[in-house]
Design a protein around this ligand. Structure first.
Ligand code: AMP
Ligand code: ZN
Length: 305
């Protein structure tokens, strides 16, 4: 199982995902959602050693945040911007006529103050900046959100809307670098216990354009991004189910986040892709979680079968 072109139909047939008519946008069934929530609870238990500060932001972000963060420079092709109608009644009738005729009605809409969150950690940096200088030892923040990326695909692992559970570490460069190293190893162990023989590999983000190729090469060479890969699609290299990213001073500089010593703070984040982990588990152990190995069920459901 698990060829690119057979996995999605298998997931739909098994009633795990439901089609919406748009590629990469699915409904999640009770069975799919149960696995996802159980994994998230398991990951939450494993992450608890960090005693991170939990905060939840909605899946929209102030437009100013994405403008300032550099996201539009690097990933204009992935960003999603929220538009709405701000006109009068005549303009409204005009818009409805276009909708009814199947014409382009985008000119009837104007940009709002919000964009869709591209990664759960984006709201964290301005939030931490607002808290003043960091305490000695820095801060660790727990965030989770639905994220949007405009990358329509028939690969069920490449969704347009999916959930990420992240921890974000912000502090002195040496602390953050060490944290990245530790969590790559812990991530492998956490996933390994579920039978996901994940491997870690230096990776790069899908930066846009010609300049992006250089950014990607630099990111890889400096080992700033690691992906923990598991087989979801049989073709290809394995799919990233967790990422550990080291941003160096990028967000610290943009938002003027300072360590207790007054240095520009460094940051890193680790993120589990919750749908992708769920898919990796389904591919590894079969589409019926009731029949998964006892040790995996034990880790996730706290029960033996
Ligand atoms: P990234 O910010 O690109 O490092 O993504 C963090 C994690 O989110 C990845 O390790 C994946 O598990 C997950 N992820 C990224 N893109 C997608 C996508 N299009 N669909 C589902 N999960 C994704
Ligand atoms: Zn992040």
């Amino acid at each position: 199982m698990a060829l690119d072109d057979t996995l999605l139909p298998a997931l739909l047939d098994a009633g795990l995902l439901a089609e919406t008519g748009v590629r990469g946008v699915y409904g999640r069934s009770a069975r799919f959602e149960d696995v996802l929530q159980r994994f998230d609870a398991y990951a939450t238990r494993e992450l608890a050693v960090e005693e991170a500060e939990l905060i939840r932001f909605p899946p929209v972000l102030p437009r100013s945040t994405i403008e300032r963060s550099g996201y539009l420079k690097s990933f204009p092709h992935l960003a999603g911007t929220v538009f709405s109608y701000g006109g009068d009644e005549r303009g409204h009738a005009d818009m409805l006529a276009k909708v009814a005729a199947g014409d382009d009605w985008s000119a009837s809409q104007t940009m709002t103050d919000v964009v869709l969150v591209p990664a759960a950690c984006y709201p964290v940096y301005p939030y931490v900046a607002g808290g003043g200088a960091l305490p000695p030892g820095g801060r660790t923040i727990d965030v989770a959100s639905y994220c949007f990326r405009h990358e329509p695909s028939d690969d069920p692992a490449r969704m347009q809307s999916f959930r990420m559970h992240e921890h974000v570490r912000i502090g002195a460069p040496a602390d953050v670098e060490e944290w990245q190293r530790v969590w790559i190893a812990r991530g492998l162990e956490i996933l390994g216990r579920l039978g996901l023989a994940a491997e870690s590999a230096p990776a790069n983000d899908p930066f846009f354009g010609r300049g992006g190729r250089m950014l990607a090469a630099n990111q890889r060479a400096a080992e700033l991004k690691f992906e923990l890969l598991a087989p979801i699609a049989q073709s290809g290299e394995g799919t990233a189910i967790m990422s550990v990213n080291y941003h160096q001073d990028h967000f610290g500089s943009v938002y003027d986040i300072r360590t207790a010593d007054g240095e520009v703070a460094h940051s890193a984040c680790l993120g589990f892709g919750l749908e992708r982990v769920t898919l990796a588990l389904l591919v590894r152990h079969g589409l019926d979680p009731d029949r998964w190995p006892g040790d995996v069920r034990h880790e996730l459901w706290g029960e033996d079968r």
